[in-house]
Ligand binder design. Structure first.
Ligand SMILES: [Zn+2]
Length: 273
C-alpha cells in the first residue's frame, strides 16, 4: 500500500480493547492482526500538507505546510493553551471555525497515562482522546460550555496534578490502576473557589460537575520495550521490524517506536511479511 499517512484511527471494541486502523492514502490497514509480524514502512521523502495537499519540504504543526500552519485557527497557539482563546477580542484566525469547534461543550477529564493526568477535549473526542494518548483509564469530571473555559479549569487542576504524559514511561508499560473517581472527589473541592468565580462570571449552566464512570482501555501490546528508542523517518526512511504492540499513536517494534501522528502527510509504502 502506498499513500500519505494520517494518525491511526482508533475504536474501542466490546472488550475495552483498542482496534487500530492505519490510513494510507485512500486505503486503510487493520493493524491488530499484524502484531507479531514484520511491518515495513518505506518513506519516500515527500511530504504533502494535510490541509491543502501541496508538497512541503518540512512538516509544521503535525502535517501542515508553512502557509497553512500560519493561517489556520487549528494551528494557533490557543489550541494548545485554550485559556488564551482570543475569540472575544475579534482576533480569531477563522471565527467560523472557532464557533463550530471551540464554542461547543468541552470535557475536563482525569486519565491514567504514565500516571494521573488532567486534560481537556471536545465532547465528540471521548474516548478517542484517551486512546490517542495511551491512557489505560479515563474519567470525564466536568462538562463546560466552551474550550476557553475548559482551559481555565485545567490550569487550576494542573497546579495539583500533571497535565502532560511522560511518553517514554507510557510506552514502557501500563501504570498501576487508579481510582479516578476518588481522585476527582479529592481534587474538585480544592478548586471550588475558582469554579465558583467562573460560574459567577460565565453563568450557572457554564460548568456542570459530572458523575460518570471510569472507562478502562486495553491496548494491543504483546511486549513492552525495556528501553524506548524513537525511529526518525527523516533520517532513517526505511523501517522494517517486528511489530510487538500499539499504544497511543505509537507503533512499538522490537527495536524502536514510531509516533505515527508526527508523520502526518508523509508519503510511505507499507508492506507486511
Ligand atoms: Zn497547506
Amino acid at each position: 500500500m502506498q499513500g500519505t499517512l494520517v494518525k491511526m484511527r482508533t475504536q474501542l471494541d466490546s472488550d475495552n480493547g483498542v482496534q487500530y486502523h492505519l490510513p494510507i492514502g485512500e486505503q486503510s490497514l487493520h493493524l491488530n492482526p499484524l502484531i507479531g509480524k514484520t511491518l515495513t514502512l518505506n518513506f519516500s521523502g515527500q511530504i504533502f500538507c494535510c490541509h491543502c495537499g501541496k508538497k512541503t519540504k518540512k512538516s509544521y504543526a503535525q502535517g501542515h505546510c508553512f502557509p497553512c500552519m500560519q493561517k489556520l485557527a487549528s494551528c494557533d497557539m490557543c489550541i494548545m493553551k485554550p485559556e488564551t482563546c482570543h475569540y472575544d477580542q475579534g482576533t480569531c484566525r477563522e471565527p467560523e471555525w472557532g464557533q463550530k469547534n471551540c464554542y461547543t461543550p468541552h470535557y475536563v477529564y482525569l486519565a491514567n497515562t504514565s500516571g494521573l493526568k488532567v486534560g481537556i477535549t471536545r465532547h465528540s473526542q471521548i474516548p478517542t482522546r484517551w486512546l490517542d494518548q495511551g491512557a489505560t483509564q479515563g474519567l470525564p469530571i466536568l462538562k463546560v460550555a466552551n474550550r476557553q473555559l475548559s482551559g481555565l479549569v485545567e490550569v487550576e487542576l494542573a497546579k495539583l496534578v500533571k497535565d502532560k504524559t511522560q511518553w517514554q514511561a507510557m510506552l514502557k508499560g501500563n501504570a498501576d490502576d487508579l481510582d479516578l473517581a476518588a481522585q476527582a472527589e479529592h481534587l474538585l473541592p480544592q478548586i471550588q473557589a475558582h469554579l465558583t468565580d467562573l460560574i459567577n462570571d460565565k453563568g450557572a449552566d457554564s460548568i456542570e460537575v459530572l458523575n460518570s464512570s471510569t472507562q478502562a482501555i486495553r491496548f494491543p501490546v504483546s511486549e513492552f520495550p525495556k528501553k524506548v528508542k524513537s525511529f526518525n523517518a527523516d533520517k532513517q526512511p526505511l523501517i522494517s521490524d517486528v511489530l510487538v504492540g500499539i499504544k497511543g499513536q505509537y507503533l512499538i517494534f522490537e527495536t524502536g517506536v514510531i509516533n505515527i501522528r508526527k508523520y502526518t502527510g508523509y508519503e510511505v509504502t507499507v508492506s507486511v511479511e
